[in-house]
Design a protein around this ligand. Structure first.
Ligand code: SAM
Length: 194
């Protein structure tokens, strides 16, 4: 499958050119699921490169099949844990936008440590993003929303930004499901400080 990115070595960093065969602006969808958002945004912006990250093999295969069927040459999908990819496999400053959409909220207090956003990931997000790069977060879970806003807001590495183009931002598969149940959607955009 042309879309699958299977790293030959998990112990080194990759440039955008190595992953895509071209060095255009790169965005990453963290926990891309079945790829509804990833494929829609890649069609919206053929001039940009989109890397989907997913730990579940079945979902990743589905993304690859759908991207290949659509003939998208600006999408790659990799099976790896999101934080590991950001921390150890991508070159610093190589990502323009990180999309973190409807992640598992781990609502029970004893599971909060499993949430990807913790204080110590903020420098990791800062390092992988290019100057003025963005971290875009959406959820239906109010408490996780507050958690992320508090952690990101406490850091001088990012500032809160307006999100004016939300209307044209594609919906994710989970978002459609939550919206059909009438749930409120929370959105936050954080911009990397230089
Ligand atoms: C609730 S789903 C949301 C999927 C998609 N973003 C959407 O909104 O439709 C969360 C996805 O993230 C994946 N995931 C969870 N933790 C992950 C991790 N640490 N690394 C990579 N993928 C992860 C799950 O397998 C799942 O497909």
């Amino acid at each position: 499958m042309a879309t699958a990115f299977i790293p030959p070595d998990y112990f080194r960093r990759y440039s955008v050119s190595e992953i895509f065969g071209s060095g255009r602006e790169c965005e990453v969808d963290l926990g891309c699921g079945d790829g509804g958002f990833l494929l829609a945004v890649a069609q919206q912006h053929p001039e940009r490169m989109y890397l989907g990250v997913e730990r579940l093999l079945g979902r990743l295969r589905k993304v690859c099949r759908r991207a290949d069927a659509l003939g998208l040459d600006n999408v790659r999908a990799v099976r790896v844990e999101s934080r590991y990819l950001l921390e150890w496999m991508l070159e610093p400053g190589s990502v323009r936008r990180l999309h973190y959409l409807f992640p598992d909220p781990w609502p029970k207090e004893k599971h909060h440590k499993k949430r990807m956003i913790q204080g110590d990931i903020v420098p990791v997000l800062h390092r992988v993003l290019s100057p003025e790069g963005e971290f875009l977060f959406r959820t239906d879970h109010e408490e996780y929303y507050s958690w992320v806003c508090e952690i990101m807001g406490a850091s001088l590495l990012f500032r809160r930004g307006e999100w004016n183009d939300l209307a044209s931002y594609p919906a994710t598969d989970f978002q459609r499901c939550w919206e059909s149940q009438g749930r409120t959607i929370y959105s936050a955009r954080f911009v990397r400080n230089s």
